[in-house]
Design a protein around this ligand. Structure first.
Ligand SMILES: Cc1ncc(COP(=O)(O)O)c(C=O)c1O
Length: 495
């Protein structure tokens, strides 16, 4: 056991050891039954005589903090563990040798610079089981090829056991950057060079790095409304002024972007959370707007690898001729969110700053995972997984669309979309319902989904339901939507 005893102050060393142990027992660092270091070892560690330690142990034993067992050493007693740590002058002790233990001070409240209690908890382990799981943005973990992944990880660990351990490249494993560039070229018709790619711990870290290198406190960031809450809060946490820009049937309403916006965050392939793709006309308008204002566009392309339309629209990045679109990609939907693997495709002018910011933040990610992912892509396993998973999600999505129509069609209509892992159903004109009224009761009944209103920065201009199908098992979809319909019937009013 490592026992920290501060012997830097002049004074009685036995008293210092005694106090350190009483404190450790009182605040729970030493618990009932814990064995103390042997006297000889502690004396050697602290550079004091064995007698000094023995005297402290004897006093602790006499006072009931410790009990000794012959040949086994000294242990913290159960009674001692219930005594709170000395809390103030009344508890100070005139220790053997006559010096007085310093009074413990009450802990002060450290204040974060802004409020950090704005985000809903991302983990749902506290919630009961869901028999109809329409949670948003989660892929089905049972589709993930764990056997292949295990093989690739073992391989990487074996290779690393033979190589000298050093820090790795902050921009990410070169093999993965090359594999991602190839993948983007094949699947998203993007011309990205490996040097333009920076591997991140998911999109969230990519956004954090971008905010570090691009934004000054007070800079204006324009974000779709409804929009991606975690991006909104991230930019706010960097001191940006985040402006909510409405979304219509074609995507973000470009004329409503404040002229002074430095950065526009957008989800053109599958607007989050509505699901609509941005029209080609709107994409051109947005690019032109950014070029005229010298602004940056962050394109969050989070789940469009699952596509259900004949001809997908190209990413904004592929239309950008002036190099002001930064593309954020993630493996959180295409593989698993717990891998924490994503990337930025950035113009060469920004890569060195992003690389330096990454190095400052955490140096680099887990490179064995990055190399395994590189092999996963180059061996064709990602493409195969996407093909198989898309077929499963397509069936779930079709069941969702017909279930929404059948059970909820009286009040809600599905917003047209062609990609991703969720659908949004919007209230029909004239129907009034607060999604917040039904999310909780549904969850208590084992049906999980989100309300649309919760994704607005301020008051919602439209409400509805956001329904994921990544984790929704096919045989639960119809019953789950029927269950939601019973709640909607109870809470909705029509003209
Ligand atoms: C709109 C949007 N963008 C990006 C992400 C992915 O974030 P990350 O890569 O940090 O897991 C999500 C995940 O929920 C999302 O909903």
């Amino acid at each position: 056991m490592d026992l920290w005893v501060d012997l830097s102050a002049r004074g009685n060393r036995t008293a210092a050891i005694y106090r350190a142990l009483v404190q450790a027992i009182g605040d729970g660092r030493l618990r009932a039954g814990d064995r103390l270091p042997p006297m000889r070892a502690l004396a050697a560690d602290l550079g004091v005589s064995r007698t000094t330690v023995a005297t402290a142990y004897e006093r602790l034993t006499a006072e009931g903090y410790l009990a000794g067992r012959v040949g086994a050493g000294s242990f913290v007693t159960a009674a001692a563990a219930t005594v709170p740590a000395p809390a103030g002058p009344a508890a100070t002790d005139t220790a053997p040798g006559g010096d007085v233990a310093p009074a413990a001070t009450a802990p002060i409240a450290l204040r974060p610079k802004t409020s950090w209690d704005f985000l809903p908890d991302a983990t749902s382990s506290r919630d009961g089981p869901l028999w109809a799981d329409f949670r948003v943005g989660l892929p089905d973990p049972t589709l993930f090829p764990f056997d292949a992944w295990r093989r690739l990880i073992s391989n990487e660990l074996r290779l690393r056991s033979r190589s000298p351990g050093t820090y790795d490249e902050p921009a990410g494993d070169p093999a993965l950057r090359e594999a991602v560039a190839g993948h983007l070229g094949r699947s998203r018709s993007m011309r990205a060079m490996p040097d333009d790619i920076l591997i991140t711990n998911g999109t969230q870290q990519g956004l954090d790095l971008l905010a570090r290198v691009l934004l000054e406190p007070g800079d204006v960031v324009a974000l779709e409304d409804p929009g991606y809450d975690r991006a909104r809060e991230l930019f706010r946490s960097h001191g940006a002024t985040v402006t909510a820009v409405p979304v219509d049937a074609e995507g973000i309403v470009v004329q409503r972007i404040p002229p002074q916006a430095r950065l526009v965050f957008s989800t053109p392939s599958h607007q989050f959370p509505l699901g609509i793709p941005m029209s080609l006309q709107r994409r051109r308008e947005l690019l032109q707007w950014a070029a005229e204002r010298d602004a940056v566009i962050v394109e969050d392309d989070y789940d469009s690898e699952f596509r259900f339309a004949a001809r997908p629209l190209e990413p904004l990045h592929a239309l950008d001729r002036s190099g002001r679109v930064i593309y954020a990609g993630t493996f959180s939907k295409s593989l698993l969110p717990t891998l924490r693997m994503g990337y930025l495709v950035a113009p060469p002018s920004l890569v060195p700053a992003l690389r330096a910011a990454r190095q400052l933040a955490d140096w680099h990610g887990v490179t064995a995972l990055q190399s395994a992912l590189a092999a996963f892509i180059t061996e064709g396993l990602l493409a195969g997984h996407l093909r198989r998973a898309s077929a499963v999600y397509r069936r779930r999505r079709e069941a969702m669309l017909s279930g929404i129509d059948e059970h909820l069609g009286e009040w809600l209509e599905a917003v047209p979309s062609a990609a991703g892992l969720h659908l949004t159903a919007r209230l029909r004109p004239g129907v009034s319902l607060r999604s917040a009224d039904i999310v909780g009761p549904a969850r208590a009944a084992g049906i999980g989904f989100e309300g649309l209103a919760a994704h607005f920065a301020g008051p919602a201009t439209v409400d509805g339901l956001v329904l994921g199908y990544g984790t929704a098992q096919l045989d639960s979809i119809d019953g789950g939507l029927a269950g939601i319909a019973r709640l909607v019937r109870r809470f909705a009013s029509s003209p």
